[in-house]
Design a protein around this ligand. Structure first.
Ligand code: DGT
Ligand code: CA
Ligand code: CA
Ligand code: ZN
Length: 587
């Protein structure tokens, strides 16, 4: 059992106790343990091995016993008992973004609301606005939250679906008689959430492949088993379809099943006008009432038949890509290999798992030339934010890592909190000493749109801020973005020369594709960073690059494709421009 799962159980215990109306301090104690465990730099199971569970802040004898029970059995009796006392529909209400245990308790006690459906109709009817701590705004928030929950509960985050697909395809490649194999659908287009995984193969022994597929370890349920198509549900809760197609149709099927549907519809309209037929079996010229095959073995042939270049899957959303391709003006999209460094990661000085040297080594192994160590600032107490004195002491570790891992630059950096008033969590003179500063919002999400916009722009006006981290704060499927006038923020970024981050962490992908594309139009420079909390997470870069590609981004628009010397020059120039601007406006 991993820390995140243990933390979830404790946070559920806290929520259940609160709904039951238990003592506030007891509730808070469980919540605190959940937070601490979620942000712990070490695996709880390692601490247990070492007999040090009670060294975790807030963990006493009885909590330690619960953790041991969880590690041994995967369950906790106390948790299960509480669950059995609360109807599951009530628990379901907690999953609505913006609805916490306190609200649920009020809903039950005052209105007898015990299901998401009842909650929805009560909000629609305006019956919540007079309840304690609520208002018309809360009703709107709840309705938005319910819509969000419905949308996302059917879909899986890209990172999870990607791992499941890798698992399936890796095993099939290893020990099933597959020839060609490719994931199609929204996964190939790298959409931020995935409805189901679509895998295509060619094989001379399709039956044997199907047997292997439905018998994989990660299969939780076989949805359908057929000679050329089977579907399974994985233990991560995502459905995967496997289709066997003939080799002469592999390219055609790949094109068809990659979608998107809208892209395919537009492509077929184009084909019809040239008397060409396009389907999942191939591309054909219609001649004297007969279909003459033009291709279908490889995907390029499908596009070439229409006089089009091969189109990157990430662009296939009918967002103008076909029109642009016809004019020969497709963007030259950024690739993973263009990335030369990663400018957001957390070491074990704050809430990361690995030390600075470990991060440097892993980054070097990826071929990077530079990294920035961006531990949190003091306000982030649960994430181990560094006070100024710790930030200074961290330098000896940075120096040691530079020495131990030659060939890669380790930038002395921070992810500084943007406070509610737009001021930063370190004084200017501390920021000025650093090589790189990313500023982010980590608290006070529930501000009005104008105030939040002003807050972020104020932070950008600080000459030492080089980049805004995860600019909308969303957690896909868990937390809505905060209210923000993105257009105003992007305009400010262009004016002030501050980079906007595409956070590659698959739960964030923030900026998202559409925002990245708008940033490009406004001339804003981007950074694609992983926000890794461990060396293994540096590999998440691919999801950030994919998001950039979906936003039509080219390498030249992303600062961490630059060689180190150019990057440094660029950061320096932006800082001094801003200092001059500030001087002008104060004089
Ligand atoms: P998802 O699974 O909801 O994340 O999205 P997709 O895009 O993977 O959609 P899915 O799995 O329903 O189908 C895979 C692809 O197959 C889709 O992107 C395009 C193609 N496709 C499916 N149904 C149709 C259809 O009715 N017409 C056309 N033109 N293409 C279709
Ligand atoms: Ca799909
Ligand atoms: Ca499908
Ligand atoms: Zn952050």
């Amino acid at each position: 059992m991993r820390n995140a799962e243990i933390a979830r159980v404790f946070s559920e215990i806290g929520a259940l106790l609160e709904i039951k109306g238990e003592d506030r301090f007891k509730v808070r104690a469980y919540e605190r343990v959940a937070e601490t465990v979620a942000n712990l730099g070490q695996d709880v199971s390692d601490l247990r091995e070492a007999g040090e569970l009670q060294s975790i802040p807030g963990v006493g004898k009885s909590t330690a016993a619960k953790i041991e029970e969880l590690l041994d059995t995967g369950k906790c009796t106390h948790h299960q008992e509480l669950l059995s006392q609360i109807p599951p529909t009530v628990f379901e209400m907690l999953r609505v973004p913006g609805v916490g245990p306190k609200t649920v308790k009020v809903l039950i006690d005052r209105e007898g609301i015990a299901t998401v459906e009842e909650l929805e109709s009560a909000a629609r009817a305006g019956r919540l606005r007079d309840l304690p701590g609520m208002g018309e705004k809360t009703e709107q928030e709840i309705l938005r939250g319910i819509a969000h929950l419905r949308e996302y509960s059917k879909r899986t985050n890209l990172g999870v679906a990607w791992a499941a697909a890798e698992g399936i395809m890796g095993q099939l490649r290893g020990d099933a008689p597959v020839d060609q194999m490719e994931a199609a659908g929204s996964l190939r287009r790298m959409k931020e959430t995935i409805g189901d995984i679509d895998i295509l193969i060619t094989s001379e022994q399709p039956e044997a492949v199907m047997d292997r597929f439905v018998g994989l370890d990660l299969v939780a349920e076989v949805v359908a088993r057929g000679p050329t198509k089977s579907s399974i549900l994985t233990d991560a809760g995502v459905q995967a379809d496997l289709r066997v197609v003939p080799p002469e149709s592999f390219g055609a099927a790949l094109q068809y099943f990659t979608g998107s549907k809208q892209h395919n519809v537009k492509l077929r309209d184009l084909a019809v006008r040239s008397k060409i037929k396009l389907n999942e079996y191939g591309v054909f010229r219609v001649k004297g009432g007969k279909d003459v095959r033009m291709g279908g073995r490889v995907e390029e042939e499908m596009y070439a038949a229409l006089g089009l270049p091969m189109m990157p899957p990430e662009l296939r959303e009918d967002q103008g890509e076909i029109e642009v391709a016809r004019e020969g003006r497709l963007p030259d999209l950024i690739e993973l290999s263009d990335i030369r460094g990663d400018l957001q990661m957390h070491s074990n000085w704050s809430d990361g798992k690995d030390d600075i040297e470990g991060l440097a080594r892993a980054a070097k192994a990826l071929g990077y030339r530079y990294i920035a160590i961006t531990d949190h600032s003091p306000s982030q107490t649960v994430a181990g934010g560094l006070v100024v004195e710790q930030l200074h002491r961290r330098r000896k570790d940075i120096a040691a890592a530079r020495k131990a891992v030659p060939g890669i630059a380790v930038l002395d950096a921070t992810e500084v909190d943007i406070k509610r008033d737009g001021r930063l969590d370190y004084p200017d003179e501390v920021l000025a000493e650093l090589d790189f500063v990313v500023a982010s919002v980590h608290s006070g999400w529930k501000m009005e749109r104008e105030a939040m916009t002003a807050r972020i722009i104020k932070a950008m006006e600080n000459p030492w801020v080089d980049c805004i981290g995860h600019p909308t704060g969303r957690l896909i499927g868990q937390r809505e973005p905060y209210e923000l006038d993105m257009e105003a923020v992007l305009a400010a970024a262009a004016r002030l020369g501050v980079a906007m981050e595409i956070n590659a962490y698959p739960d964030r992908l923030d900026l998202k594709d559409a925002h990245a594309r708008r940033a490009k139009e406004l001339g804003v420079k981007l950074l694609i960073n992983t926000d890794a909390h461990g060396a293994d997470q540096l590999a998440l870069m691919r999801f950030g690059v994919a998001t950039a590609r979906r936003g039509w981004i080219e390498a030249g628009e992303v600062l961490n494709t630059l060689p180190l010397s150019h990057l440094r020059r660029r950061l320096r120039r932006a800082r001094s421009q801003q200092r001059r601007r500030r001087k002008r406006s104060t004089s």
